[in-house]
Design a protein around this ligand. Structure first.
Ligand SMILES: [Zn+2]
Length: 412
């Protein structure tokens, strides 16, 4: 079965994650897909196919060589973004792309235009898969899932390729930041892993943001507004003054790119008595997070100090750290990915992820995990698309990675 056939089957299953849910996986649809995948890996003859109580699916492609080759892993997530409907995804294959507008028929205002989608420039002649206009497609990350299963199928049918044990994991709830929470690194038992959850063909990502979340609670004093003279302290006004003083022309998501970090107020819970502002802190250098946090704290304290009766509470939580801090200590992991991408006939494209991946967390949990392209574009959008030929390239890269790790071990 082709990677496309698999992909089309997987996207039909609604696996939208739900932040409001306490269960794991957060939604039952994810388990439905996990069970289908478990049965499929079983049929392909993989060993140790196990869907655990938390909805994590793991399996092994057994080694084909007697040489002692360390186990490596491949990981993808089955859930889709809570931001966009994933009910009744109707995937469409647009064959042999030639620069034409791709109109999504269920909402004709949803159109993929070459002028607005520069990534389509490298897709001439390729087959493009989109949704039908009302939902996301789910290439993030069912492209990765389909690629890993197809590579597993290929490796099982080609025992002449010498490789060590290959571990596979499919995880729930990546999109709501929980994908690594219950990942059993010990049981996975690989020296490193690769997530298949990236964009254009050739991409290799081993650097992510370091991230903290700050919560600033401004406490005021509420009283009947008709009799508030000299008494009321309005926490909404305090928070507004604070937000207004945050850097906007620099250090904001709207004004930064590349390796620049930012400070980003993204959620407000407002009342006169108490107003809570949530702020994301991002930087590629972990030490620089503290500088940004000190700045945010100083601005908030200055506002509160100027108003008698106002008070402030600040909480800082660690979200994730730049995986490069781990991967720099395991240069083989990234080098071999470069080598595999080249063997698939591509030039590695390396750039920092302005976000985090499950790999950022897993790397710090003892499983160095860079991210490989899966062919995803326009994540979390009705205009999401993937090219069939990119998915086929990703399958090739997985197979080549198995081979490279096998060869390097044989060379001792
Ligand atoms: Zn993803």
């Amino acid at each position: 079965m082709s990677v496309l056939d698999r992909f089309l089957r997987y996207v039909a299953i609604d696996t939208r994650a739900d932040e409001g849910s306490k269960s794991c996986p957060s939604t039952p649809g994810q388990l439905v897909l996990m069970r289908i995948l478990a049965a499929e890996l079983d049929r392909l003859g993989l060993d140790d196919v196990l869907l655990d109580d938390n909805g994590y699916l793991m399996a092994t492609i057994p080694a084909t060589t007697g040489a002692s080759v360390p186990a490596i892993g491949f990981i993808a997530h089955v859930d889709t973004s809570p931001e966009m409907s994933a009910t009744d995804v109707r995937p469409l294959v647009h064959p042999a792309y030639d620069g034409r507008d791709l109109v999504l028929p269920d909402d004709p205002s949803a159109v993929l235009r070459l002028s607005e989608q520069p990534d389509l420039l490298s897709q001439f002649g390729h087959d493009i898969v989109t949704a039908s206009g009302l939902t996301l497609l789910g290439a993030d990350d069912k492209a990765g899932v389909a690629e890993i299963v197809t590579a597993a199928d290929y490796l099982m049918r080609h025992p002449e390729i010498a490789h060590g044990p290959i571990r596979i994991a499919f995880t729930p709830d990546e999109e709501i930041g929980r994908g690594a929470d219950r990942f059993d690194v010990q049981r996975f038992g690989a020296v490193c892993a690769y997530t298949l959850d990236g964009g254009s063909r050739g991409e290799l990502e081993y650097e992510s943001f370091s991230a903290d979340a700050m919560t600033l609670t401004f406490n005021g004093f509420n009283t009947h507004p008709g009799y508030a003279q000299g008494r009321m302290v309005n926490a909404i006004r305090l928070a507004a003054r604070f937000i207004d003083r945050l850097p906007a022309q620099t250090m904001s998501p709207e004004t930064t790119g590349g390796h620049e970090g930012f400070v980003h107020p993204y959620q407000l819970e407002a009342s006169v008595d108490r107003t809570r502002v949530k702020v994301l802190i991002r930087d590629f250098v972990t030490a620089a997070l503290a500088e940004k946090e000190a700045l945010v704290e100083r601005l908030a304290r200055e506002v509160v100090a100027s108003v008698p009766g106002a008070a402030l509470e600040i909480r800082v939580e660690e979200s994730y750290r730049n995986m490069r801090e781990v991967l720099d200590r395991h240069p083989d992991v990234v080098d071999r990915a470069r080598e595999a991408i080249r063997r698939a006939g591509l030039e590695p494209i390396e750039r920092p992820i302005r976000g985090g991946t499950d790999g950022s967390r897993l790397s710090f949990m003892g499983l160095p995990t860079p991210n490989l392209f899966a062919g995803e574009h326009n994540f979390h959008s009705r205009l999401e698309w993937v090219s069939v030929q990119d998915m086929e390239k990703a399958v090739e890269v997985i197979v080549e990675l198995a081979r490279v790790w096998g060869e390097r071990a044989a060379e001792g």
